[in-house]
Design a protein around this ligand. Sequence first.
Ligand SMILES: *[C@@H]1O[C@H](CO)[C@@H](O)[C@H](O)[C@H]1NC(C)=O
Length: 314
Amino acid sequence: MHSALPGRTNPLFHQTSIPRGYRFLRKPLYIIVTVIVVIWMLSRLITGDNRPSDAPSTVMVMVLNRTAASSEMISKIISNRNEYAHEHGYAVFMKDVSDYPIGPVPDGWASLPAIRHAMTEYPHSDYFWYLDQNAIIMNPALSLKDHITNPTRLSELMRRDVPVVPPDSVIKTYKHVPAERINFILTQDHEGLQPGSMIIRNSEWAKYLLDAWYDPIYRFYNFQKAEVHALEHIVQWHPTILTKLALIPQKIMNSYPAPPPSSKDHAYQDGEFLVRLHRCEKKGRSCEKEFNKYWLQRKVAAHAGEQGYVASAH
Ligand SMILES: *[C@@H]1O[C@H](CO)[C@@H](O)[C@H](O)[C@H]1NC(C)=O
C-alpha cells in the first residue's frame, strides 16, 4: 500500500535506519548549519545589503505606445526623459505596451507590470517614477528628492484628511501618517486619483500593491476608467494601502494644459515640474499640437548636451 507521506514505520525514516556509527553526525550538522547562518548574517552586517555603489536612487518607468504618436513626438519624449535622468543620475526603464500581455484592456494597465518589471531589474533602487507618454518634463532642474520624496518636503506636501475621490468620498487620507512611512505618492485631479504620474518606493509592500491592483479580477471587471477606478477601489477598501499613500498637490507632478481640461488651479504655469496632456486624444484636441506647444516652452537641463542628450528646440 502506498500512502502520500511516509508513515512512522517506513523503514527509510526509522531511527534504526541510520547506522549506529553515523548517529553522532546529526548534532554536528546542526552546529555546522548554525555556524554557516551566523557567518552569513555577519557578512551581511559588514557589507550592508549588497547594494552596488552605482545603483541609481530612482528609476523612471515609461511605457510607450508607438502607434499612438508620430515617431518625431516619440523621439522627443524619449530625449526629454533621458535628459532629465542624466541630469540627476536616474535610470530610465523604457518598454513598449506590447511587451506586456495585458489582455484586451486599455493601455494604462501596462504601467503596472512595467513598474513591477523595473523593480526586478533594479532591486537596489529606492524610487520608481512612472510617467505617462503624453507628458513633458518642463523644469528638469527639480530633482525628485528635493521636489517631492525628501521626508521633510513630503510632509509639507501631504494632503491629509481629504477625500480619496473628490469631491466627497467618505474615505479620507489619514491625518497622522508620517512621511517616512509613505510608499506611494500620487495626485488627484478634479475627478479622482491620477496614476499617470506616480512614485512608488521599492518595498515588499509595493509589490503587494502592484499585484493586488493588477489582479485579473480588477483588470477584466470593466471599470469605466480601467486602472484608475480599480485603484480607487483598492485604496478605499484596503487600509493597508491607504496608510502608505500620500496625495500631494496636483501641480507638483501633474499639471494639466491651460484649459481644457483643467480648472484654472491645475493649469500649468511657467517653472512647474511637468505638464501632462491628460486626455489629449479626445475629439477636438491634438496631442501632437499641444505637445509641440509646450515643447518650445520647456527649460533645457543644465547638463543637456553631454553624452548626446542634445535637446534641440524642435
Ligand atoms: C496604442 O494606441 C493606439 C492608437 O491610439 C490604440 O489603437 C492601441 O490600442 C494602443 N495600444 C496598443 C497596445 O497598441
